[in-house]
Write a protein that binds this ligand. Sequence first.
Ligand code: HEC
Length: 262
Amino acid sequence: MTEIPEHLLKRAAQRRAAMGGGEASADAPSGDAPAGASAPAGEAKASAPAKKAPAPLPTLDDQPATAKADIPVVAAAKSRKRAPYWATALLAAMPLWAFMYVYAIDQPPAGANDPIALGAEVFTPCAGCHGAAGAGTATGQKLSDGHVIETFADPLDMVHWIGYGTAEGTHPDGTYGDVNRQPLTGGMAGWRDRLSTEEIAAVVIYIRQELSGGDPAEDPNFNAETFASDLPGLETMVQEVLDLGPGAPDVSGIEGAETEEG
Ligand code: HEC
């Protein structure tokens, strides 16, 4: 290391003595720190060492005030930290919010999971011809009192009829259904382009069980339980029936067809 020349050490000692410190000041309380910090301006202050001594005292008295002034700063710092905490709380609550949102959105489908409720809605335009309770009108066949179940023992045949209507859903001889019913007016259009597979499944269940008094157990696939538990399976069945195209339907090849068993 570089050796400090003797004369410089002496000058430093003198300077320290002039500042009223000396060796003792090095061990002095931290109150002297400001004096050390202003060392470069030491000469100016050294000219009035007596006045400088009291100066730190008010500074010490001011310190509590300064501390009080710092409180808003600390408070600001704290409030600044609280924002992230608040955001954290919000983020933590988001899964709950998402759950509530999804649950709220899921609620209407829960109502729609009921084929009777959805079917009644789908049946609205049908009621114009068939009557609200399916009793039939001058322009629409009777559906109630087991009539439609007699016409279509297998719901899949009924799906085909609703999908293709009179023009495309009748047998070659112009009759329709298991009991070769004669069309009343020939005025029923096919609904396959206007109703979804879910809606067709729902309206079939609604007409058979709600309007015609069918026993759900008689329709193992087209009932409320299957609609709620395996709607995709039901929709697949409906789609396969529609895929058979117009004409005399033969649904026996479709998995789930009741005629398949008998
Ligand atoms: C414009 C009048 C009209 C509308 C609307 C109508 N239908 Fe029909 N429907 C008929 C007629 C008429 C028949 C009898 C066949 C014929 O004369 O063509 C019939 C027959 C039926 C049958 C067979 C009933 C049986 O036991 O013989 C079913 C099932 C049926 N309709 C369901 C529906 C559904 C479901 C809707 C609505 C999505 C609907 N219909 C809308 C006129 C209508």
